[in-house]
Design a protein around this ligand. Structure first.
Ligand code: ADP
Ligand code: MG
Ligand code: MG
Length: 253
């Protein structure tokens, strides 16, 4: 699904470019759930943003293959149509754009790309109502501008709502669990688990093990200083929860 080889990338900061990713390699197969953990500022969001094609980053070295094709040659919207989805760490408010209209436009763009006809209004409404219910989101969130005035938890659940409707192949979640209360965390985890499939892969960026007690990861990585420094199974997350990231300093020493 996703193969990243020796990726180096800079962020275009106000004081000039800053190198953030420094030789990151990662392979994610269809059907797998990978968790990426790591200290603040280690480059987790940068990785998610570079994969999804967000502006403001420059890849200086390395390669990313998605379904065997050169991902970095594709524009952000092409990547999305091809099945890449990013649930933002800080979901963006889009004043003036109705949440339902936004989602329907995105879904139909994807359907056309896959040679499918647009969903008619009735079928779409049925689909979204069912998903809203699963995520315990209020119906009126559909008619409001995307994320505008949503609570923190509603914004995060709205990201998972979009993901559930768009049914991406490669799902990236950037700290979707941060700031969620236990019910919202459960709703988000259920939403992810419902989408797990042999044809789909997940990269879950998280600070906390608690998400991973709801969503069992196949592989856990530690990102530090812009590259993956450790990889293990789910027990690595428990170990990090217990011991923290002190081992990173020891390794460096
Ligand atoms: P994480 O998600 O692991 O907390 P990020 O990828 O957000 O880390 O950030 C990695 C580093 O890049 C941090 O030191 C951060 O301050 C820096 N950074 C990210 N975006 C910008 C930006 N737009 N301008 C300058 N520095 C940035
Ligand atoms: Mg952070
Ligand atoms: Mg981040």
């Amino acid at each position: 699904m996703l193969q990243i080889d020796d990726l180096w990338a800079e962020v275009e900061g106000d004081e000039g470019p800053r190198e953030i990713l420094r030789g990151l390699s990662l392979t994610v197969k269809a059907g797998e759930v990978h968790a990426i953990m790591g200290p603040n500022g280690s480059g987790k969001s940068t990785l998610a943003n570079v994969i999804s094609g967000r502006d403001g980053y420059r890849v200086t070295k390395g390669r990313v293959l998605y379904k065997g094709q050169d991902l970095l040659a594709q524009e952000a919207d092409e990547r999305a149509r091809n099945g890449i989805f990013l649930a933002f760490q800080y979901p963006v408010e889009i004043p003036g754009v109705n949440n339902m209209y936004f989602l329907r436009t995105a879904l139909n763009a994807k359907r056309r790309h896959n040679g499918l006809p647009d969903l008619d209004a009735g079928a779409f409404l049925k689909l979204v109502r069912a998903q809203l219910k699963k995520l315990s989101l209020k119906d009126d969130l559909l008619q409001r501008p995307v994320n505008v005035g949503f609570s923190g938890g509603e914004k995060k659940r709205n990201e998972i709502f979009h993901m559930s409707i768009l049914e991406p192949d490669m799902c990236l979640l950037d700290e979707t669990d941060s700031g969620l209360d236990i019910d919202a965390l459960k709703a988000v985890s259920d939403g992810v688990n419902a989408l797990r499939s042999p044809d789909r892969a997940f990269v879950l960026i998280t600070h906390y093990q608690r998400l991973l007690s709801h969503i069992q990861p196949d592989v856990v990585h530690v990102l530090s200083g812009g590259k993956i420094v450790r990889t293990g199974d789910a027990s690595l997350a428990a170990e990090l929860e217990r011991d923290g990231y002190a081992f990173l300093n020891q390794d460096a020493a």
